[in-house]
Design a binder for this molecule. Structure first.
Ligand code: ADP
Length: 778
């Protein structure tokens, strides 16, 4: 809206102002003129008086001289004709009485002006004239003039005033009043109001701005109303009660706003709550009322958020759980205002309770199950312990008679020269050895399976391991006319390594046993090669191979071989026997040592079973390089040694059969053996200082082998004495117990003669040495 600025209002004001200035000028002029007029009138009167005196003074001297009274009277009456003359007195100088006296007192109305003159004849005063004239006629004229002037000027003034007022009213005050009304309408929100006149002046311009303002206000107002409607709609439709709760400085609660839902939740109207919140508190469950009030007061003190769960009773006797949540803020008047909402949480409460019940139930269930499980675990542990004890017992019980069978067979074989007897005894020996390997496998397997097998770390050489295997297979191989060859990589010969030679031997012995078993003609070769370590930083990689020229294995069977209880084909079982456990045990042992086993074979073309593992290699260079391969049996080597350096050993053994076997076995190699029937006797006999070595059974009456060993280690004679356990308890724990008690080595019963001879040879020759009563193993 654009309006042309106009100067007409300015002109109106200018006109008004100039009239306002002109008026006083007129008034002042009028007054001035009025006053001057009076003066001028007075002067005219004086001049008139003087003129009359002059006329009389010039015409009377002759008449008075001649005493012509009549003429004189005519002259005087001519003067008296003037209406303002009140009195004319002509007196004779001599008589002093008036000569002519004309007095008209009725003409006296105002102020009288008196003029006197001497009547002169020549230089002689002959009389005196006195004229009095009244000024009222001239004053009246002046007054009339004044009135006329006043009326004219006053009329003008009034007209000017009326004009100015009319102008001001029409051009200024009325439009301003209109604007005022318009502004008032806007103030009261009547946006439909319009200005009655459109004008081109400044007021019109102002009106235009006001109209513009009206439009803008209306828009804002509309937008706000829209927003408020939306907010109110939201507050009224969200589930729960939306509110503004106020705590006044006098401690009174009231709702500044509360949505309609309050009616449903509390059966209260929002209007009554706006005065006081007391009815609302009344509707809260009596047990929770104080809680709600206190939590609100606490929130007001700290201006912290208010969060509270509470109940309201329902008409049907039940209760509704509500959750109140609000933000507190302090208002300018010191009151606290909460903005928040209340929601029905009855269902959540019910669910939570239900959940809690379930949880509780679950806990009970878990407890019961845990208890049952604990019981079961205990039972299982007890069963496992019983099983272990049973296995240990069974092992012991089988090995003890086996010791007698194998030992006595060996002795009988050595004693007889009759070929048929020899053959039969050999069959007994084979059967016994087979039985022993079966027992070993059957008893070992559960232990490996349960992860109960522990590994040893001790120094060894591959020469010792392969010699040992060769020794132990030689006999069986010889019976089948098979060649047993060993092939050791030169860089490994005599090189000290660290590992578990016993377990390595077990694997290789198994391979070698199978090789002999499944080969009818040709050879069995034991070889070892150096390989890069399989894991970085672990030392050396060894690859053992047991190669035979036997029946071979079909490719499809090869993959199954190392699985538990698998054999190449079921007919093997019928032809060669076996449990199918051997290779499975080999695989598990190899894995236990971080190694791997495998087979390469062709049907009818022989087999190569390999075993690869990492062993530690001590830093020092090999000391004894390339010992000559041993050509003789262990017994021959032992006998050789004893011949050069005779020695006596002590056998602590309570079982008479075992005594007989051991004494005969050891004696067959040329050693002198003394027997102690229990641990105590053994200790006493060691004190004599005759013995180079003690073979110690563990289970003995009076004092067992472990205590006896500790007692011997305490003796000066016993500190360096090799003490070897010889026990039917072949399990690892037992072996460890022996070593812990101070023994140096362990020979399992049933005693395999070659093994015993080899062990005795090692200890007696000083190849192995005891370390001051501590086990020789690292
Ligand atoms: P077992 O106690 O029955 O010999 P193993 O696990 O030692 O059990 O051997 C499993 C099977 O693998 C044997 O029954 C045989 O069929 C086959 N086998 C093992 N070694 C050889 C071999 N050197 N030559 C041919 N077959 C072999």
């Amino acid at each position: 809206m654009s309006r042309k600025p106009s100067s007409s209002l300015f002109a109106a004001l200018a006109l008004g102002a100039s009239i306002g200035l002109l008026l006083p000028a007129l008034i002042v002029g009028g007054l001035f003129i009025g006053l001057r007029e009076a003066q001028v009138a007075e002067q005219a009167l004086q001049r008139d008086l003087d003129a009359k005196l002059d006329v009389l003074a010039s015409s009377l001297p002759e008449l008075l001289w001649n005493l012509d009274a009549v003429a004189a009277r005519e002259v005087v009456s001519a003067i008296v004709k003037s209406p303002e003359v009140v009195r004319v007195s002509v007196s004779d100088a001599s008589q002093g009485l008036p000569f002519i006296e004309n007095h008209m007192p009725e003409r006296r109305r105002g102020k009288t002006l008196t003029g006197e003159r001497d009547i002169l004849r020549g230089a002689t005063r002959i009389g005196h004239i006195q004229i009095e004239i009244d000024d009222h006629l001239s004053t009246t004229a002046v007054m009339r003039q004044r009135w006329l002037y006043g009326a004219t000027v006053g009329g003008q003034l009034l007209a000017s005033l009326a004009l100015v007022l009319w102008l001001l009213n029409s051009r200024l005050f009325r439009p301003l009043r209109e604007l005022g009304d318009f502004a008032n309408d806007l103030g009261e929100g009547r946006f439909s109001a319009k200005l009655a006149h459109t004008r081109q002046d400044e007021i019109g311009l102002l009106g235009g701005h006001l109209e513009h303002m009206r439009d803008a206000l209306q828009q804002q107002f509309e937008a706000q109303r829209h927003l408020i409607d939306r907010l109110r709609g939201m507050a009224e439709t969200v589930p729960g009660v939306v509110y503004q709760l106020r705590l006044a400085v006098n401690g009174e609660f009231s709702f500044a706003y509360v949505s309609e839902a309050v009616r449903e939740y509390f059966l209260l109207g929002s209007a009554e709550l706006s005065r006081s919140a007391a009815p609302w508190f009344e509707r809260i469950h009596p047990d929770d009322r104080a809680l709600v009030r206190d939590s609100l007061l606490a929130s007001a003190r700290n201006l912290s958020p208010w969060q509270q769960e509470f109940r309201t009773p329902l008409a049907d006797g039940g209760e509704r759980w509500l959750y109140g949540n609000a933000i507190a803020q302090r208002e300018a008047d010191g009151s606290v205002l909460w903005h928040g909402f209340l929601t029905d949480i009855s269902r959540q409460r019910r669910d939570a309770l239900e959940l809690e019940r379930y949880r509780h139930h679950l806990e009970e269930l878990v407890e019961a199950r845990t208890a049952a499980l604990a019981e079961a675990t205990q039972a299982a542990q007890a069963a496992s312990l019983a099983k272990s004890a049973f296995l240990a017992n069974m092992s012991h019980e089988i090995r003890t008679p086996m010791n007698a069978i194998i030992g006595l067979t060996y002795l009988a074989q050595s004693d007889t020269i009759e070929p048929e007897q020899q053959l039969r005894l050999q069959k007994v020996a084979n059967a016994a050895e087979h039985l022993l390997s079966v027992i070993n496998n059957v008893l070992d397997f559960p232990k490996i399976e349960a992860g109960k097998l522990s590994l040893e770390r001790r120094e060894f050489t591959v020469d010792q391991v392969l010699d040992n295997i060769a020794n132990m297979t030689t006999q069986a191989a010889a019976a089948k006319r098979l060649r047993v060859e060993t092939d050791i990589a030169p860089e490994l010969r005599g090189r000290p390594l660290i590992g578990d030679p016993q377990r390595i031997s077990e694997v290789l012995l198994n391979f070698a046993g199978n090789a002999v078993k499944f080969t009818e003609r040709g050879f069995v070769r034991l070889q070892v090669r150096l390989e890069p370590a399989r894991q970085e930083g672990t030392g050396l990689g060894l690859r053992f191979e047991v190669i035979d020229s036997g029946i071979g294995i079909a490719p499809e069977a090869q993959s199954r071989l190392f699985r538990d209880f698998e054999q190449a084909d079921s007919s093997t079982t019928r032809r060669y026997g076996g449990t199918g456990l051997g290779l499975a045990i080999c695989r598990r042992l190899a894995e236990l040592m971080g190694g791997q086993v495998g087979v390469e074979s062709t049907l009818g073309g022989g087999s190569c079973f390999w075993f690869a593992l990492d062993v530690e290699a001590p830093a020092q260079p090999p000391v004894a390089p390339v010992p000559a391969p041993r050509l003789h049996s262990a017994r021959e080597r032992l006998a050789d040694l004893v011949q050069r350096q005779p020695c006596r050993i002590l056998l602590a053994e309570d079982n008479p059969v075992n005594q007989e076997v051991a004494v005969a076995l050891i004696g067959s190699a040329g050693l002198v053996v003394d027997v102690a029937a229990d641990g105590q006797q053994a200790v006493d006999m060691v004190k004599t200082g005759h013995y180079a070595l003690v073979l110690m059974d563990v289970q003995m009456p009076v004092m067992d082998g472990l205590d006896a060993t500790r007692a011997i280690r305490a003796l000066p004679e016993g500190a360096q004495l090799p003490i070897l356990a010889m026990t039917a308890n072949a399990f690892d724990e037992e072996r460890q117990r022996c070593l812990d008690a101070g023994m140096d080595d362990h020979v399992a019963k049933p005693v395999v003669a070659e093994q015993l001879f080899a062990t005795l040879h090692d200890w007696l020759s000083g190849a192995r040495k005891t370390l001051k009563g501590r086990p020789a193993t690292p």
